[in-house]
Design a protein around this ligand. Structure first.
Ligand code: ATP
Ligand code: MG
Length: 394
């Protein structure tokens, strides 16, 4: 008996003119997610199949597929010949040991004389004979034994449905630059945009002289976790200490974070333009901290000239964000206790409602602002995260 993995995708996005485009992105992403493992990929009648894989390692295949945006659910299944004897025997393999069940038959092969209902009844009877402790429940069964009889003399027999992340295939909604810190929020923000089909680059402002290498490693690890969903990510690590020092030496202490944010947004936009990104993405959530009041967001947003800034968490509570962080497996990494670039220069009383003209005037006190930015961008380190090689664009 041959095992396969059956992949179901959301039908909605495959309607209309862009069907080809969405489908080829999804197929590329599925293949990319399984890179390094042995597998064959097949497409048939609105479904995809993984065949010829390493059956002892099936959990790893399924785990990776559950993270591919655009897949609705997957099922490990047996592919068998569609004679009744074989189907009966196989149905026992997937039938539960206890509880209630029903049998659902889908008969694409109309040359088979029995109706779907008759086939279900026969299989149900056979399962009951062999497992007398089971009960039949047609409406709310604990388990469903599915038989999918295909044209060409074979059938798929399965019972498990593993739910996947849904969403749209990554690569179908442009590319964005994620401002990725070592916190809880920004990895979740990247995940949310990838769920809508956005491909990601990421930028981390690294306080190279004031925080440890472990802080940088934490961001690399977070980018790796996000790339399990978002595919390959080009991570830019930008040396930020000189800029922080210049702010510290020239500007009022309470504007430290506000002006750091303005630098981050200006630099991020420049790197985004150079690397083909059409938007910036941050993990800001309204009112969460002093730098995320509406007034603070206005001041940092003003440092961006052209690109839209997406803030997918803006209306979410911390608890909702934490739930997603846990679900995607980022939380334990996010709470590792290394100081980030902001903690190194945290002012005692940060401005909560900065005025734009005042913030700009403070920033102007740094006479060599543009040179500092150019110098930092010249020294940016590019790290490729993910499981296939990608070319440097910068
Ligand atoms: P996070 O949990 O994502 O760190 P936070 O709650 O700590 O967010 P802030 O520190 O105010 O919030 O940062 C707001 C957003 O600014 C972050 O979500 C991230 O997008 C961006 N950001 C902050 N610090 C950095 C950094 N060092 N490198 C890149 N982006 C950053
Ligand atoms: Mg942070």
């Amino acid at each position: 008996m041959k095992k396969v993995i059956l992949i179901r995708y959301g039908e909605l996005f495959l309607k209309g003119r862009n069907k080809r485009f969405f489908e080829s992105a999804l197929i590329d992403n599925i293949k990319n997610s399984l890179r390094g493992l042995k597998f064959g990929f097949f497409k048939m009648q609105g479904r995809y199949f993984i065949k010829d894989f390493d059956e002892d390692n099936i959990e790893e295949y399924i785990l990776r597929l559950t993270k591919v945006f655009g897949i609705h659910s997957v099922s490990p299944a047996f592919e068998v010949s569609s004679d009744m004897d074989t189907i009966l025997k196989t149905s026992l393999e997937v039938a539960p040991k206890r509880g209630s069940f029903r049998v659902t038959v889908n008969r694409a092969d109309k040359t088979i004389p029995m109706s779907s209902t008759d086939i279900s009844r026969e299989i149900g009877g056979y399962i009951l004979e062999n497992r007398p402790a089971l009960t039949v429940d047609l409406h709310t069964p604990d388990n469903t034994v599915n038989i999918d009889i295909r044209e060409g003399g074979y059938a798929y027999v399965f019972s498990k449905h593993v739910m996947c992340v849904g969403g749209m295939p990554v690569g179908t909604a442009g590319k964005g630059l994620l401002l990725l810190s070592g916190g809880i929020d920004s990895p979740v923000a990247g995940y949310k945009m990838a769920q809508r089909g956005m491909e990601l680059n990421a930028i981390y402002f690294h306080s190279d002289r004031f925080v440890s290498e472990q802080a940088k490693q934490k961001v690399i690890d977070l980018a790796t976790i996000v790339s399990g969903y978002a595919g390959n990510i080009r991570l830019f690590v930008l040396p930020f200490s000189d800029i922080q020092e210049a702010i510290h030496n020239n500007c009022k202490e309470e504007f430290m974070i506000t002006i750091m944010r303005r630098f981050m947004m200006e630099i991020a936009e420049k790197i985004a333009m150079k690397s083909g990104c059409g938007a910036l993405v941050t993990g800001e959530s309204l009112g969460q901290v002093a730098s995320q009041t509406m007034e603070s967001i206005l001041v940092s947003n003003n440092a961006v000239e052209l690109l839209p800034v997406f803030r997918p968490l803006i209306g979410m509570d911390k608890s909702e964000i934490m739930d997603i962080s846990l679900k995607i497996g980022a939380y334990d990494t996010s709470i590792r206790p290394y100081a980030d670039c902001c903690t190194a220069f945290l002012p005692k009383n940060p401005v909560i409602k900065p005025r734009l003209e005042v913030a700009i005037a403070e920033q102007m006190k740094i006479a060599n602002k543009d040179e500092l930015i150019d110098e930092a961008i010249r020294n940016v380190e590019v790290i490729k995260i993910g499981n296939s090689g990608i070319e440097d664009l910068i």
